[in-house]
Ligand binder design. Sequence first.
Ligand SMILES: [Fe+2]
Length: 205
Amino acid sequence: MKDDPIKDHPPIWPYSSALAEEDRPPIWGKDGSQVLFKEKYPVVLKTYNDWKDLNPMLEKYIRQQGDRIKHRSNIKAQMTEWNMQLEAGGEHFQKLVDWVREVSIDSSPVQFIPDCYDCWGAVYRKGEYTQSHDHWPAIWSWTYYVNVTSQCSPLVFTNSDYKVQPSNGLLVLFPGWVKHKVPPQECDHERVMVAGNLNARGGMF
Ligand SMILES: [Fe+2]
């Protein structure tokens, strides 16, 4: 008997009922379905050895920036300019980025030269959050935690049941097309973090 594409292959994601509109994955198939591949999404967790020295410098320059973006991005919290490597204190952000690039090389299935052109910081106060979004077409995206407690909001991978509880010095590296969000900060601590994207220099080679 011939397959009924709708009946026998229902959409993988229950997007029409269970997910809020902003959390629904993009519709790629003609019938609104997506194909489920068996590859797992790599999420790399690694702690920077010298975070106790680096983090106070990162925090100082993030706070010095104040609120530059005024909640116009997905981040509904205080946010710096988009490329902190070019701002005051940029050398500290460059140090972090160089390490993230090394981790990304070690975590990639083929050799490539990663470039990081955007790297920003944010301070989440009580009630502040980030909407679900992705960083397509970046190869890797990352977050790094500068000043957090165990009570601070996690990083949540929207279309999975996986979330990461931040800790100071922790890097979370994940594919740029994977949706993620941060639920409202519930504690009084100010959650300070850095994020960025990595792209392949020269594209494919
Ligand atoms: Fe993001």
